[in-house]
Write a protein that binds this ligand. Structure first.
Ligand code: SAH
Length: 482
């Protein structure tokens, strides 16, 4: 088993100095990290060469001293960085060691008492990622992933939570329920939006509202989030969808939402598949509406997970109407709709200067003759059609569009399993399809019709990413992250 050669700690620097010896680029890089703290940051060098004025020094206690390094510089120091070579560096190293101060010498790991990690800064919350100096590039990639996963305003949220702590302890007695409150506070889009807009009062109001709700747990009002799950790949969920999923008590999901996406929900959330697969209505829409209302009235946090975007061919209207009628509170989280994912897969700009001035999302399922006439008119006037639920009746639709006067040479592009690893696409024409429906892979499909379709990349024109590892000097294939 690999063990850590370092012990990660959070080291107090408030009211103390961080000393940086050197005036070059390395010293500047360390200064950039040091000024994230509210320590007094002092750079000392005989000659200052780097441009320290490029630092954002607002509200930072920062000094640059063009001086010979001496013992008195270490007075009240918490940490010492040495970024240069030369006589001052040697003196600084010796004096820091003698004074027992933690020392970091750039590019000399043997002389370092500590390493500088990659830092995610959401003050007062911080995350430090260290690879013991071995794989800094990998550490930075890990940092990028953590950056993306944490709400932007986590720091403000932590301060807000800190301010509520005593009240939370007074009002909620069970540790379990307290954890639940914090979990929901972290996931609350209302609090996030208020913090993002810099409206601290509003954020406090929402947080208090939530707290009161949790304190009165027995009469606690439930809440429904209608959430767009995107086209089926986990990483096409929005961060908000992911956060809401993390605080769900119950996840009510469609058949079209793959297991991997449902799994992004809180581990102990109850899962209800309402399986509206084509030709298999295991739950009627009415029953789903009723279920949502009932769960919310039981005080549950409900996520109604729908494929793509909930407001596009998702029967959201019925669910919204039922919740409005019952006075259930709800919010809607958008998702990447299938046609958007399909256009990306096919490298197809659905609007195109001088070719397509717009795009129409239409459903073939249940479309009557009037609807098809209407689409034909729109396509003739230069709009791209993105047809949902048209896979099994493509042949009939193509013939109808021709009958309505669309040119039989009009391009048709089909994307099956858009946005997913097994996505497939092919190009055809109205004529070809009206003669014979193409052979397609299993899975849901979007059918694009219009002149712009030709500008996409179809069949095998898109190169698949290769699986081979490309090594650059900084990464090793055998590297492991603890
Ligand atoms: N609300 C969804 C649409 C649901 S209707 C959205 O915004 O995407 C179901 C239809 O969506 C399917 O019949 C199919 O036409 C389309 N669809 C859903 N997921 C898809 C995917 N990954 N690839 C291609 N089409 C998809």
């Amino acid at each position: 088993m690999t063990r850590l050669g370092i012990f990660p700690v959070s080291y107090k620097v408030r009211g103390k100095k961080i000393i940086i010896v050197g005036g070059g680029a390395e010293a500047l890089a360390k200064a950039r990290l040091a000024i994230k703290t509210d320590a007094h940051v002092v750079v000392i060098a005989r000659k200052i060469e780097a441009d320290f004025s490029s630092l954002d020094l607002e509200n930072v206690h920062f000094d640059v001293r063009e001086e010979v390094f001496a013992a008195h510089h270490l007075h009240n120091a918490a940490l010492v960085f040495v970024g240069d070579e030369g006589p001052d560096a040697e003196i600084a190293k010796r004096l820091a060691k003698e004074a027992g101060l933690p020392l970091n010498v750039v590019d000399q790991p043997d002389l370092c008492d500590f390493f500088t990690p990659a830092i995610v800064d959401r003050a007062p919350i911080s995350v430090a990622i260290s690879s013991e100096g071995e794989a800094p590039v990998l550490a930075r990639l890990v940092r990028a992933q953590i950056e993306a996963a944490l709400p932007l305003h986590l720091g403000k949220l932590a301060s807000l939570a800190g301010g509520l702590r005593h009240l939370v302890e007074k009002l909620i007695h069970s540790g379990d329920r307290r954890r639940k409150f914090y979990q929901e506070l972290l996931a609350s889009p209302q609090v996030e939006v208020a913090l993002g807009a810099g409206d601290q009062d509003k954020a406090n109001q929402w947080a208090n509202h939530l707290l009161v709700d949790h304190a009165n747990v027995d009469q606690r009002s439930g809440f429904v989030h209608l959430v767009g799950a995107g086209p089926g790949a986990e990483d096409l969920l929005t961060l908000r969808a992911q956060r809401v999923l993390q605080s769900a008590d119950v996840i009510v999901h469609d058949q079209l939402v793959p297991e991997g996406v449902v799994q992004m929900g809180r581990r102990d959330a109850e899962r209800v598949p309402v399986g509206k697969a084509k030709g298999r209505h295991s739950f009627t829409q009415k029953r789903i509406n009723k279920l949502l209302v009932q769960l919310a009235q039981e005080g549950k946090q409900v996520v109604r997970l729908k494929s793509g975007d909930p407001m596009i061919f998702g029967r959201a209207a019925e669910e919204i109407e039922a919740m409005d009628a019952a006075g259930v509170e709800y919010a809607i989280v958008p998702g990447v709709t299938a046609a958007a994912a399909a256009a990306s897969d096919a490298h197809l700009p659905v609007t195109l200067r001088n070719v397509a001035s717009g795009v129409v999302y239409a459903t073939a399922h249940g479309a009557n003759d009037t609807a098809v006439t209407h689409w034909a008119t729109l396509a003739k006037s230069g709009l791209t059609l993105g047809i949902y639920m048209g896979k099994s009746i493509m042949k009939e639709v193509a013939a109808q569009l021709i009958a309505e006067g669309l040119s039989s040479t009009t391009h048709v592009g089909i994307v099956v399993n858009a946005g997913r690893a097994n996505s497939e696409r092919c190009l055809s024409s109205l004529q070809e399809i009206s003669n014979q429906a193409p052979q397609l892979a299993d899975g849901p499909a979007i059918v694009f019709v219009g002149e712009a379709v030709a500008s996409g990349k179809w069949l095998n024109e898109i190169e698949q990413p290769s699986n081979e590892l490309e090594l650059d000097g900084d990464t090793r294939p055998d590297m492991q992250v603890a």
